[in-house]
Write a protein that binds this ligand. Structure first.
Ligand code: 5RP
Length: 234
């Protein structure tokens, strides 16, 4: 297990209080957090989690973290999730694990979003990590053309887009919601808010992996501690 991810996950626990409803993110860092949260629950902490993927739900059940369906909660106090890239304004690229639609639904509904990463995820400009875009399989080639145009028009010099495949080569990867993922190799996304808006206007795009103005707290795991950076949105 990665020590830096573990340190980030442990620092995130300091933000959790008994009685909270938590959004549970997806990915390896989020899973470490869920394991540690399970230990707190075993020790008497009372929380419920809203999972952002089937895999996260399985992980939470294994760790002993009680779950609740998103439509049964009044409020989500805090979401804890990983990221593929983070820029200095706390804008994120997410979706490396293909869970971006559900991750964004839950993050957007949460009072606070806490992002746990290792230092390799910190970038000056988003886009080296291919931008995941979740699309309806219907008319996907038409949607891909519109995605290409939206990226170009908002300043991305490159926009080569590929359909994500299953690792075993059995065909296109299908998300928990039954959609496909296009990965756009932009190299740099100079105007992330504009790009996010343009992508949101394409009907075949279910959601894109740009998380703009959603993260409130960033925890960067280091070898022997974690840096906690809180963003003030006043
Ligand atoms: C899944 C995600 C993950 O949070 C992201 O890919 C980071 O994963 P990891 O913690 O394994 O590096 O967005 O859709």
């Amino acid at each position: 297990m990665s020590v830096v991810k573990e340190n980030a996950a442990l620092a995130a626990l300091d933000f959790v209080e008994s009685g909270m409803t938590l959004g549970l993110g997806s990915g390896s860092t989020a899973e470490i957090f869920i394991d540690r949260l399970g230990e707190k629950v075993a020790g008497g902490m009372k929380v419920v989690g809203v999972p952002t993927s089937k895999r996260t739900a399985e992980c939470a059940i294994e760790a002993g973290v009680p779950l609740i369906e998103p439509d049964k909660v009044d409020r989500i106090h805090l979401t804890i999730d990983g990221a593929d890239e983070v820029d200095p304004a706390f804008n994120l690229i997410k979706g490396g694990g293909a869970c971006l639609l559900r991750e964004k639904i839950i993050a957007n509904a949460s009072e606070r979003m806490l992002v746990i990463v290792d230092a390799s995820k910190m970038v000056e400009i988003l886009g080296k990590f291919p931008l995941p875009i979740e699309v309806d399989p219907f008319g996907m080639a038409l949607t891909a053309e519109q995605v290409f145009d939206a990226l170009k028009v908002t300043g991305c010099k490159e926009a080569q887009t590929v359909l994500r495949q299953m690792k075993d080569g059995s065909g296109p990867l299908v998300t928990d919601g039954g959609n496909y993922i296009l990965d756009s190799k932009c190299k740099a996304i100079p105007n992330p808010a504009d790009t996010a808006l343009a992508l949101s206007q394409i009907p075949g795009v279910m959601e894109h992996g740009l998380f703009i103005d959603l993260a409130d707290v960033l925890i960067v795991g280091e070898a022997d501690h974690a840096r906690v950076i809180e963003l003030s949105r006043d």
